[in-house]
Ligand binder design. Structure first.
Ligand code: FE
Ligand code: FE
Ligand code: ZN
Length: 294
């Protein structure tokens, strides 16, 4: 069965229950959320009653909680060795892992970080060391999924080898994995159109058993542009058939697919329509107009 959902909101008042209801309104059977605003680290305490209600409600739906994902805020940077910033990122992520544990979420997606001019080697070392500080000797069971990046600025992780070099340092191998992002891989210079070769390369460098989430996004920019601007499904440089190939590849069957495509006119969430389009395997070139008209 296709496991598909999108980024949804998570707010102070309704928390996981609100996120679940939003996901269900899109016809999704999984979802991903930030535990607060993605661009800051302001976080509210988790309300266990709301978590409990959400878990109860899920039992009546085809959402399997084991496929739900949390995304860490993107201002966290484990690659910056400035002592204050490094300590802050580690402390925040520690709390984020605890929040995930409290929410019962298994996977935390993380942008590995940026080396901010200190070089790839330095970035990789800093990130690996931070991950060990976060994971070694902790009770927590949450798995951190490093995301494949577009290679914007000094980002670490736009090559599978960089992710592998980080992962090799981690002493808790069962708590580290990868989240592929189709837009990012395309922007990074991977030939995403040749999915079999791409998966073979990933398997050889990292291992497909380490892959636990896929962000399915189209891209506004050409191959190897290192830009990272997502486009709606079928409207970008990857195109509909390519996106479908990631949704339906037999080797990726049990892996949750998450849409992080932009709102139409910055106002209307496209996910209900995009999920329906992916399920029906039929591209609708008038999708954006229809969403606005509704
Ligand atoms: Fe991301
Ligand atoms: Fe992503
Ligand atoms: Zn992105």
């Amino acid at each position: 069965m296709l496991i598909i959902g999108s980024h949804v909101s998570f707010n102070k008042e309704t928390q996981l229950l609100g996120s679940l209801e939003e996901a269900l309104s899109y016809g999704a059977n999984t979802f991903m959320f930030y535990t607060g605003a993605p661009q800051n680290t302001m976080r509210y305490p988790i309300d266990d009653r709301l978590t409990w209600k959400a878990l109860e409600k899920m039992k009546q739906t085809d959402v399997d909680y084991r496929n739900v994902i949390v995304h860490a805020p993107y201002i966290i940077n484990l690659g910056n060795t400035d002592p204050d910033k490094y300590a802050f990122s580690i402390r925040f992520l520690q709390e984020e892992l605890e929040r995930c544990e409290q929410l019962g979420v298994r996977y935390l997606v993380l942008h590995p970080g940026s080396h901010v001019g200190n070089g790839m080697e330095s970035g990789i070392r800093a990130i690996g060391s931070a991950l060990n500080q976060l994971l070694v000797g902790k009770e927590n069971k949450v798995m951190i999924l490093l995301e494949t990046m577009a290679g914007k600025g000094t980002e670490v992780g736009s090559k599978f080898e960089e992710l592998k070099a980080i992962m090799d340092q981690v002493e808790e191998q069962d708590r580290i994995g990868v989240c592929m992002d189709t837009c990012h891989m395309h922007d990074a210079g991977y030939h995403t159109e040749d999915i079999d070769s791409l998966l073979a390369e990933f398997d050889q460098v990292i291992g497909l058993d380490k892959l636990h989430c896929i962000h399915v996004n189209d891209s506004k920019n050409p191959f190897a542009s290192h830009k990272d601007r997502h486009e709606n499904i079928g409207f970008g440089d990857l195109g509909f058939e390519q996106i479908l190939s990631y949704c339906y590849h037999p080797k990726l069957e049990n892996i949750p697919k998450i849409l992080e495509t932009p709102y139409i006119d910055h106002t209307y969430p496209p996910y209900r329509y995009e999920i329906a389009m992916i399920r029906s395997k039929k591209f609708d070139p008038e999708l954006k107009e229809k969403i606005i008209a509704n």
